[in-house]
Design a protein around this ligand. Structure first.
Ligand SMILES: Nc1ncnc2c1ncn2[C@@H]1O[C@H](COP(=O)(O)OP(=O)(O)OP(=O)(O)O)[C@@H](O)[C@H]1O
Length: 361
């Protein structure tokens, strides 16, 4: 039996068959007693997979928690005969990171993010520690832990690249199939040097500021991105950057409105900002918008949503493995975010880690 605990407010036992997996500490009161232990069935086959579901009950303004409860019977029927299932409800930001690390160390087959891009982002960051991948305590483990996703967030932009809808039943069917693929992960470090990982995209300046504000208005659903963008426009100024691509020479990028480093295609609740990006390509697609005025967004917004903006004047795109971005005259006020999380300000370096983790697809 593997003890799987040590995480603030969350402790449970991940037991090898035939034991049950069960939550040992009380789960939030909105779960019924029947749901507190969701190990499904008592099969004794040693081939049972250990799946850890990391649920953000506050995702999508609380809808994630409600949908998760309704989903449990289907989860039981679909996966119960072949998997040991453990649920862990987060009680606050960043907890999903610790839960994921612990699950990997204890040898879970997969850690499934149940929520939006923010929850997925934390799960992905849990695959790393001190700049290195987290590995199982068992040196003879025959499998790598993969991540999975049940997209139940507000924007759920990562899922869009794969054409996955916010239909949790489809997601469970995918997890039941258990197909895996290797995906690239982006890593960025600021002046502190501490690495920070992202799976969907990172972005700089206006779009990052819009995302920062949007996070305050999630109760309005996808409208939060429009409100965030309007708020970000106030006081916005295009700025002169320099960039260094793949270790080459510094290049000047004047009057930058926004710069996006896409590992996947979408951000902002469905904007196809990096239409040529794909998480298995081994490259980022970097898209730079220069000298945009507020009315350009109104005139060209539909192109940003459907991914046809690359042919628009003052929009450029390139495939890169690393990019460094600085302001020519540093102002310490240029926002940077990744997967919707505010990271601070420029300067920044972004690198791709090809095939760094496996995803259930
Ligand atoms: N119990 C909790 N209470 C409050 N916030 C939480 C809790 N658990 C996790 N969080 C935070 O909520 C943030 C947003 O969650 P999540 O991404 O799942 O939903 P969303 O914001 O609605 O969706 P999206 O990011 O796709 O727009 C996460 O980044 C996480 O830090």
């Amino acid at each position: 039996m593997l003890a799987f605990q040590g995480i603030a407010n969350v402790a449970f036992v991940m037991a090898k068959p035939p034991s049950l997996i069960r939550a040992e500490q009380p789960l939030p009161p909105d779960l019924t007693a029947a749901d507190r232990s969701i190990s499904l069935g008592t099969a004794t086959s040693s081939r049972r997979r250990d799946l850890v579901f990391v649920v953000n009950p506050r995702g999508a303004n609380g809808r994630t928690g409600e949908q998760w409860k309704r989903l449990l019977p289907y989860l039981r029927s679909r996966l119960g005969s072949e998997c040991n299932i453990c649920e862990s409800l987060t009680s606050g930001p960043c907890q999903a990171i610790d839960i994921t690390r612990e699950a990997i160390r204890e040898g879970a087959h997969a850690v499934v993010a149940v929520g939006g891009d923010g929850t997925l982002h934390e799960v992905v960051n849990g695959f790393f520690w001190g700049g290195k991948p987290v590995s199982s305590h068992d040196p003879n483990a025959s499998h790598r832990t993969a991540f999975g996703l049940i997209p139940l967030g507000t924007g759920s932009d990562f899922a869009r690249t794969y054409g996955w809808k916010n239909d949790p039943h489809d997601a469970i069917d995918r997890i039941a199939m258990g197909l895996r693929s290797q995906v690239d992960v982006g890593v960025t470090s600021g002046e502190s040097g501490e690495p920070h990982y992202f799976i969907n995209e990172a972005d700089i300046h206006l779009s990052a500021k819009a995302g920062y504000y949007a996070s305050r208005y999630k109760k309005f659903g996808n409208l939060c991105y429009v409100i965030g963008a309007l708020q970000a426009f106030f006081g916005h100024q295009n700025r002169n950057f320099r960039i260094k691509v793949d270790g080459g020479d510094w290049e000047v990028c004047s009057q930058v409105t926004a710069l996006c480093v896409g590992n996947a295609k979408f951000f902002g609740g469905g904007m196809k900002i990096a239409p040529n990006a794909h998480p298995s390509s081994g490259n980022f697609e970097v898209v730079i918008l220069q000298d945009f005025k507020w009315y350009d967004f109104i005139l060209k917004l539909h192109k940003l949503y459907n991914g046809t903006h690359l042919s628009v004047k003052n929009v450029s795109s390139r495939s890169v493995q690393s990019i460094e971005v600085e302001e020519i005259v540093p102002s310490d006020s240029i926002y940077v975010q990744s997967d919707g999380e505010f990271l601070g300000f420029l300067p920044r370096k972004f690198c791709i880690l090809p095939g760094a983790i496996e995803m259930i697809c």
